[in-house]
Design a protein around this ligand. Structure first.
Ligand SMILES: Cc1cc2nc3c(=O)[nH]c(=O)nc-3n(C[C@H](O)[C@H](O)[C@H](O)COP(=O)(O)O)c2cc1C
Length: 314
């Protein structure tokens, strides 16, 4: 499980170090699109990808929002799942032991709470569990009426949340930022100032789709979060903005479907990337993108993938 023993492979060196944890590849599976990891064991070689982020874990199990809560759009997906999850205790008891037996599975747990106290309790439970590499704090879910995006769009609340969670964490803390703000660079600066070890961006964009026959929203929650190829150029721009504002590592995501998309995020300033919606179209997308990125580096004569980070020429 420890990644410090990852051996340098032949060909390009794809290893990246994120907050002191070494990953065999910079390509990770994004939260909410890869279950709890175990569901993908038969489909994806977990040792070929960098690692994965679990579905957001809350203090108590959550049923999520009413259906319909996921729809297709012209260039991606809208969802308002509402953080349905089994709860942190069930994850630790039922899923984590199984994950520990899968070679190469590097686990990052995504944390969600309606209040700061909720998040602290989730962290306390995870602190006592073995073999988790990092925590990702979801300060950006657009699909709940409190917590989530509320934290990620108010700088004072975000600073408070991050500071208290960081103080409680026994593991490095990545803070996942909302794109639904005027200046994501400012929010990243607040998170870094409050002790975040890294930031990940972006979560989904608040959006609305209307069925013109019924004149009703296509999602029961009325609004949902837009993800997939449509958001990629905005997400890359945001990673670039954040790279100019903070010195902590950045994990970039939003609409990555091929290795070349991952390269864009790295050049914009990301140390690692995550693949989300693409796993719905192809459950092996994360592995294919990790393999494709390695091949791209080989073809382009890139010896170390880390040399791409912040490589944008302006
Ligand atoms: C169905 C679905 C569920 C998601 N659930 C979570 C979640 O529980 N926690 C979280 O931080 N992000 C969640 N996300 C956001 C994704 O991790 C990611 O930030 C976003 O979809 C953008 O990346 P993509 O375009 O590659 O999907 C979810 C996204 C989707 C599509």
């Amino acid at each position: 499980m420890s990644t410090s023993s990852v051996k340098p492979p032949k060909g390009p060196d794809m290893r990246v170090n994120l907050c002191g944890v070494e990953f065999a590849s910079p390509v990770l599976a994004a939260s909410g699109t890869f279950g709890y990891g175990v569901e993908f064991e038969e489909i994806v070689s977990l040792d070929r990808i960098g690692g994965f982020i679990t579905k957001g874990l809350s203090r108590e199990p959550m049923a999520g929002n009413a259906a319909p809560r996921i729809i297709e759009t012209a260039a991606g997906m809208m969802n308002a799942i509402g953080l349905q999850n089994m709860g942190v205790r069930a994850f630790v008891e039922e899923k984590l032991p199984k994950l520990r037996s899968i070679p190469g599975a590097v686990v990052i747990t995504n944390i969600f709470g309606f209040t700061i106290e909720d998040c602290l309790q989730v962290i306390e439970i995870l602190n006592d569990a073995p073999d988790i590499a990092l925590y990702e704090l979801n300060a950006s879910c657009p699909n709940t009426s409190h917590g989530g995006m509320v934290f990620g769009t108010d700088p004072t609340l975000l600073g408070d949340l991050v500071y208290r969670c960081k103080m409680a964490s026994k593991r490095p803390l990545i803070v996942k930022l909302s794109p639904n703000v005027t200046s994501i660079a400012h929010m990243a600066t607040v998170a870094a100032g409050a002790g975040a070890d890294a930031v990940s961006l972006v979560n989904t964009f608040l959006s609305l789709a209307i069925d013109i026959e019924t004149r009703r929203p296509r999602i029961a929650n009325i609004t949902g979060g837009l993800s997939g190829p449509a958001i990629k150029p905005i997400a890359v721009r945001m990673v670039h903005d954040v790279a100019n504002a903070v010195h902590i590592p950045i994990v970039g995501l939003g609409g990555i479907t091929r290795a070349e998309d991952a390269v864009e995020f790295l050049l914009a300033g990301a140390t690692a990337v995550q693949v989300g919606t693409a796993s719905y179209a192809d459950p092996r997308a994360v592995e294919n993108i990790a393999t494709g990125l390695r091949r791209w580096c080989l073809d382009q004569g890139v010896d170390k993938v880390t040399s791409l980070t912040r490589g944008l020429k302006t």
